[in-house]
Design a protein around this ligand. Structure first.
Ligand code: BGC
Ligand code: CA
Length: 402
């Protein structure tokens, strides 16, 4: 059976090669899947334990790139948002039990995800609780300025929010955790910090949420921005989803238009492309990891109006670019950031750039839920990949080998 399969595969490869040569001779070059553009986005191929970038995946072919945002910088932005808030707050209000300690609880998204790790680190560094590890519970006592006075800081508990189905960044798990924390720690809780908005909004859903306790998220999802306006959420961070979604598509467009070298990450990004399009926000190019990154901005009661739903980038207009087909995977159809912010942005910008997107979505826990829908690959001109596990890039690339 095995021999038969191998023989079949060899024949398929030979047939593929003949076909490719045949059409090249007749004028229409057929591109093999392995030579087509591959963009990883939102989940950077990396080791879930060490966070080290998977450069084998990033060097798959000369049209491979990661499009995301400055994760490390973002952790620092979230940390500063929190310390700035505390610096101008009234200590008598913040320190609920008056013990001179600021106690906080932390919702961790996914211990194996670089974005989550960067936020845990940024928050702990800002509050002085960083003890060299992003793991839950590995913390030390910190200190922070609240309204001109120095307070001790204690991370009462940090927990990875994993759903009963195994999915990460799980908002329901955050609701459950918050109600447990409110019971367990009572008025020792002076602040709630979350690696994303979905989990922060989940905490606010807990029926025993301690009213008025400051709470911080990340992503600037529409419902979180509304909650800031309504005075329920204290702050969040925008990772500039429009720049990322438009950036993913722009880089695909550039590769598909035959651009090479620096043109791929500058045209339409730091300078107008041939159609006159340009993403308005600044993006950063990191050559070492082949990564194009959007910047973060802290959002709170002073600037939330700038981040209300549907504020799209006017720098991207309808083009007459040749139509191209792209299959794009989403690791979890239930992820609140991707489903409420990223995918709607993709659906807005893709038709403007004449990219026909086929979006296939997984369940957030088993790689096969996503991988099994990554099929009919010869029908597409390029690929955009968001894996369930950050170390699964090769499983997708293996399917593009022929
Ligand atoms: C977002 C999270 C989201 C995750 C999915 C992160 O960048 O902040 O909200 O769950 O991406 O991979
Ligand atoms: Ca206290």
């Amino acid at each position: 059976m095995k021999k038969f399969l191998v023989a079949m595969m060899v024949m398929a490869v030979i047939a593929g090669t003949l076909f490719a040569q045949g059409s090249a001779e007749s004028g229409a070059a057929v591109m093999l899947n392995k030579d087509k553009p591959v963009i990883f986005y939102n989940r950077q191929p990396s080791d879930p334990t060490t966070g080290v970038i998977d450069m084998n995946a990033m060097n798959w072919n000369d049209k491979t790139m990661y499009v995301g945002f400055d994760a490390a910088g973002g952790g620092a932005v979230q940390g500063k948002l929190i310390t700035d808030f505390l610096a101008s707050a009234d200590p008598a209000v913040i320190d609920r039990n008056g013990d001179g300690i600021i106690g906080y609880v932390l919702c961790i998204g996914d211990v194996g995800h670089n974005d989550s790790k960067a936020r845990t680190q940024g928050i702990r560094e800002a509050l002085g609780t960083w003890a060299g590890s992003t793991d839950p519970g590995v913390v030390q006592e910190g200190s922070v300025n609240v309204g001109g006075k120095t307070f001790k800081v204690v991370e009462l508990e940090g927990k990875a929010m994993t759903g009963t189905d195994g999915s990460t960044w799980n908002a329901n798990a955050a609701t459950d955790a918050m109600s447990g924390w409110a019971t367990k720690f009572g008025d020792q809780i002076d602040m709630v910090v979350s690696n994303n908005d979905g989990m922060a909004m989940g905490c606010l859903q807990a029926s025993n949420y301690p009213a008025g306790v400051p709470i911080f998220g990340y992503d600037a999802n529409a419902d979180a921005i509304e909650a800031i306006g309504a005075g329920k959420l204290t702050g969040t961070v925008s990772q500039n989803v429009d720049a990322q979604a438009a950036g993913t598509l722009q880089v695909l467009r550039n590769y598909l238009d035959g651009l090479t070298g620096a043109d791929v990450y500058t045209k339409g990004i730091s300078e107008p492309d041939q159609y006159g399009n340009k993403i308005t926000a600044d993006m950063m190019w990191v050559a070492d990891t082949k990564a194009l990154l959007a910047q973060n901005v802290g959002v709170n009661s002073s600037n939330w109006q700038l981040y209300t739903e549907g504020t799209r980038d006017a720098g991207i207009k309808q083009t007459d670019a040749p139509s191209k087909k792209v299959i794009l995977t989403v690791y979890n159809a239930g992820d609140n950031f991707l489903s409420s912010s990223y995918v709607p942005a993709l659906r807005y910008y893709a038709p403007l750039m004449n990219i026909e997107l086929n979006i296939v979505q997984g369940d957030g826990q088993s790689e096969s839920s996503c991988l099994d829908k990554f099929t009919n690959l010869g029908n597409y001109d390029a690929y955009a990949i968001n894996m369930v596990k950050t170390n699964s890039a090769q499983d997708y690339l293996d399917k593009l080998k022929y």
